[in-house]
Design a protein around this ligand. Sequence first.
Ligand SMILES: [Zn+2]
Length: 473
Amino acid sequence: MSDPEPANATATESVHLQLNGTKEEDKEGKAENTTRTTIQVLTFVDPSSSELTWMAIGTSKRKFRAFLSFSKAIETSTSISNDEIQTRALSIPDGPTHTAQPIASDDNKGTDEWLSYDDSLELRRKFRDLWKVRRLLTTDTSWIKEHKPTPPSSTAAPTPAKRGSFDDKLLFQVERFEEILQDEREATPSQSLLAWLKENYGEKHTLNLQADRYYGGEFSAEEQLKTLQHFLDWFRSLFPYYYDRCVHCGASMKDDRAKEGTTNDTQDKDDDGDDSGTYLGQMCPSVDELKIGKASRVEVYQCHKCQKVYGFPRFNAAWSIVQTKRGRCGEYSILLYRMLRALGHANTARYVVDWADHVWVELQRQQQSADHSDKDDQAKYGWIHLDPCEAAVDNPLLYQSWGKKATYLIALYAPTEASKDVSSVIEDVTNRYTSDSWDQIGERRQAHGETNSGIQQAIDECTVLLRTKLAYY
Ligand SMILES: [Zn+2]
């Protein structure tokens, strides 16, 4: 990374650029939101039509040019030179109503209309508009996220949450969880996961996993764990963790880490963005990826070997994941959760989210009464940890052994029938995945300005919201 060009006439201050935006104190110090984020924005305007603008946030010119060729909008992409790409650094307040200042530019000749937008809401709207027509590449999708207002129909809705806070993230997870259930409701008979399992995992193995038999008293606790281990070993062999294997030539950066960071494109030497690696950024999914696969974004890569550019749509629809067999913990945990529900475990499976970028599933040791009156009896009614990417069964301290410190781990639960009898559809399960005490977990949370009691309050509020949603199922 290098410093930007010397400040020109429009620059008001010199700023050290960083890839994904740099948090810094607002020098004015007056506003309520005192942090600003600096981002580098690359712009390319099609010479044949000024209407056609592409942008990239937080990436290099080389990567942007690769993206331009991938988007197929530019037929003569190879002829685009770095000189045709404008670089701007913007200092944007985190609050929605402040002024977005252009603070550095490598070209003061152009009169980009978007620079005249004088608040960050407008700028974000511009990013979103370009995203929707697949002309925006970004390393950080928070720039295109709309802050959804609380649903007006729900009287029990949580109070508006501060962006990035626990409440905000929990609300996001509840919405995501609801989408998983929504996808289940929309599945056609030909997309039956149970039928698919019988065909691919075998009738006998599938039957052993079905709730009636699994809990029918035929298996000891030890045999149940073996049944699950067999299933997850099979699952992982069929659905291996996807890194960035090229869809054209099969090369993977994972197999060839030495290549990471190398580029023979010398004209990018003084580029400000991160120019290392195959990962270009994220773009909006195509219509099919969005409608059929329910993808929210597509990761874009450029192969280090064959130089071709390809996308990795992050599907949320179980059937798309079954078909592509390309996913990470997000996709595979959705699929495993949905498979367990298809096997009759709607009342005995949960979906667990770790704020530190991981998800997995839990299955109940034994079926219990709907009121959860014995829920503290872990040995009897506790939950078995199931990680599809690791093929890990009942090994909740696995992540701690990796050095992770569990801070926010939430289980989301959607039993059948109206959930009015179930007390905990959302549960703070952090202490199950660490040997630390609640006090120690609380200390970690305090470092983020959160408290155990505040988190429980957010969970209680979101529980009401999720229960309202589940009542419709
Ligand atoms: Zn390749």
